[in-house]
Design a protein around this ligand. Sequence first.
Ligand SMILES: [Zn+2]
Ligand SMILES: [Zn+2]
Length: 274
Amino acid sequence: MPVNVTFWGVRGSIPCCSTEHTIYGGETSCVEINLDGKIVILDAGSGLRSLGLSLVNRKITDITLLISHTHWDHICGFPFFYPAFKKTSNINIHACELPNGQKVKEIFTLLMSGPFFPLPMHMIPSILHFNDFCIPDSFELFNGEAVVQTHALFHPNGATGYRLNYQGKSIAYISDYEHHPDTGIEGLVDFVSNCDLMIFDAMYTPEEYTLFQGWGHSTWQQAVLLTKAAHVKRTALFHHAPIHTDTIMRQIEIEAQKQDERVFAAKVNMTLTV
Ligand SMILES: [Zn+2]
Ligand SMILES: [Zn+2]
């Protein structure tokens, strides 16, 4: 049965809107995984707004949302997620508790409160369920039809890596993540081993990384190394830096593909069948 993956937001840090961000896209992290009509969303960045309109048009009311972490670029789309404002929607949100013990429901409630937003969370008419887990918990979706594995990612304030397994197919989502200064991507090899698609935080070029070490993001070169080490079938470079225009992104993609043709740069509105 088909598993389709659609990129609704691929940019890191902040949405970008310019004539130099039209091909790869300026919306922040949001990926739809469609499992024979069952919808799983990875992150609620600004791309979630367009996805929400599409889900309403498709009359989809049951939605599962996996949150990697609560930095702005991964949650800023939620207050503008049209299905949340329809009482027929049933939205299941899964997220790891923050390192300081805060739960994601608290963060979403803060996000949708004054002075940040006019409509408080309790006014949302849809049915919202918040499901907390602790890494490395695994959990089931759709009565066990899909299994989600989790892995801690090195990133300021922490982040969760996900691996979604469904009918022999698997998709790994590794954003946001910085490789280890000594051991590189070694700690992730088992987690993403043999997956059909890996979506990987490749925000920096290797040259830029020397300036931004410790900011919590990795490079396309590390994506290539992990693809080879873990025998990943396809790898999407993701969380593109705002300063990477379409021209720069194309250069990065060509450079990465010279080293491994399984690697490509994610583009907004791109759909892949896994
Ligand atoms: Zn981010
Ligand atoms: Zn982040």
